[in-house]
Design a protein around this ligand. Sequence first.
Ligand code: ZN
Length: 205
Amino acid sequence: MQIDQAIAGGAGVLHVDVMDGHFVPNLSMGPGIARSLRKYTDHPLDVHLMVTDPAYYADRFAEAGADSITFHVEAAGEPHKIMDRLRKLGLGVGITLRPGTEAKSLAPFVKDVDMVLVMTVEPGYGGQAFMEDMLPKIAELKDMLAPWQRLEVDGGINPATAELCARQGADVFVAGADVFGKDDIASAVKALLQGAQRGAAARGG
Ligand code: ZN
């Protein structure tokens, strides 16, 4: 299975994109898919909720076996309440923002999360080009985080863009087409991680 090849290549986390056809126009990945993945592997499962009502979906994905859930600050509901709910469910907590949303909108929440996710494309469609103008936002959010908190990037990530993001402090890299569109998935993951390592080295980390 492709997932085994990604894990063999060094993928640390399986990232599941959930779209509700409302917050973003596309529909994808219900809890059933997360449940199937959970049955298949013990590898960490991070669910990215591109949905209008994250509180509703959080319980369903927790029950399906998610380890962490990342939700959008632009979604409905009070972020602190959603974060409390995720903690009560025993999940890791991630918060994310659309490309058009400013980094400072996360300021009231960053100290209470495990991970911040910077969207480097408009959420909702695969295969888009990386938005280079998100690089300053990555740096800005890195400055707002403690060293133990993770900074993730999602959208248009390949070895070259992973390197650019790592230079700004990103340390978790979501890949879709760049990895799963390749014949040799394990090698594609390795190349991505090498790009990230080059960026981290250039940063001095
Ligand atoms: Zn995602």
